[in-house]
Design a protein around this ligand. Structure first.
Ligand SMILES: [Zn+2]
Length: 361
């Protein structure tokens, strides 16, 4: 058995991650598992962590191995881990659900909302930009043997599940043929576009500021006559353009993966009565004023989404198996651990289409 592993370690904010040999994690307790990583997605939150911008909201301790979007193979198990998760089993890791202790949120299944999160790569707990990951309990693992692209399936545990949770928030408001606006067509937005079309059976209006990202989205979802992809920078009046696209009806849901306060007002104005605005992106934290009258007169709702629960990951993996979402198509680069700094810089510059995944052979 290997005593060490290669990992990308953040030692100092804004300095390149250090690629080095570190001790391999080991199983100590009966319910613990060590997973050999297959795919580790590079998320925009990692850019915020690397820049030192996440300290205010996360309990981060350096040095830290980043990475919170992992898939892999069970490598080592404690004596209490059930047979269905024996070594060699492909799994998705619910990084959102690592919690210090049970509380009312973990008990009701909203594991990502627990009071004492210990998210790998986003706390003191070491993450998945490494060959192996320590998982404190086998309940955070979803068997993935029926997913044929394990490297890319890592996306389901973060980008995918975040979009799925946002779409689920809108599910009881949106009828087939209603319109859903999806703002920001990065990795998460691309999952949301597919889920809005193939799971809610709604018409979609995708908005971004990059023609490349809009073209890439069009290749993935193949828009129908009722669907629209709009470049917000190239239109003189975004509000009019969205209203025109919906035949004046407005949208029943806005799934906002950018979250810029300056644009929220526009999206709230095109939100139909009984519509829901789901904020996911942290573009302007704590900035917006609540437009009470607009909410009251149309019984509109505003809500937030944080990542997704382990059960959401399980449900999404079943949808992926049925082909409702094509997660492989969102992966545009399978990179080596040594290239992770370049990947973070590209992401920071807004140059990444879809999602980059670190793969280990
Ligand atoms: Zn993330």
């Amino acid at each position: 058995m290997n005593e060490t592993m290669r990992a990308a370690v953040l030692k100092e904010y804004l300095s390149p991650l250090s690629i080095e040999e570190v001790p391999r994690p080991r199983v100590k307790g009966p319910n613990e598992v060590v997973v050999k990583i297959a795919g580790s997605g590079v998320c925009h939150t990692d850019v915020h962590v690397w820049r030192g911008e996440a300290e205010a909201v996360l309990d981060i301790k350096l040095p830290l191995i980043l990475g919170h979007e992992p898939s892999g193979i069970v490598y080592e198990v404690g004596e209490g881990v059930p047979e269905r998760l024996r070594p060699g089993t492909p799994v998705l890791v619910c990084a959102s659900s690592f919690c210090g202790e049970e509380d009312e949120y973990t008990l009701t299944g909203d594991t990502q909302l627990c009071d004492k999160p210990e998210w790998p790569g986003l706390s003191w707990r070491q993450g998945a930009y490494a060959e192996y990951l320590h998982v404190p309990h086998y309940k955070y693992l979803i068997p993935a043997s029926e997913l044929d692209d394990l490297e890319a399936a890592s996306l389901l545990t973060d980008a995918g599940v975040t979009a799925y949770r946002a779409v689920k928030k809108a599910a009881d408001r949106v009828k087939p043929d209603d319109y859903v606006a999806i703002v920001g067509l990065g990795g998460v937005g691309l999952f949301a576009l597919q889920l809005a079309k193939n799971y809610l059976h709604s018409n979609v209006i995708g908005v971004d500021v990059s023609d490349e990202k809009l073209d890439f989205a069009a290749r993935i979802v193949k828009p129908g006559p009722q669907d629209h992809l709009i470049n917000a920078r190239k239109t003189s009046n975004l509000e009019d353009e969205i209203l025109k696209a919906t035949g004046g009806k407005g949208v029943k849901a806005v799934l906002d993966f950018v979250g810029l306060e300056s644009e929220m007002e526009v999206y709230l104005r095109v939100l139909a009565k009984k519509g829901i605005y789901v904020v996911v992106g942290l573009g302007s934290p704590f900035g917006s004023q609540v437009p009470s009258l607009h909410l009251i007169l149309g019984e509109r709702s505003i809500t937030g989404v944080l990542w997704g629960s382990c059960n959401d990951v399980r449900e999404l993996s079943l949808l992926a198996k049925k082909g409702v979402v094509d997660y492989s198509s969102i992966v545009t680069a399978r990179i080596r651990l040594d290239d992770v700094n370049e990947a973070l810089e590209k992401l920071d510059r807004g140059e990444v289409l879809g999602r980059q995944v670190i793969v280990f052979k």
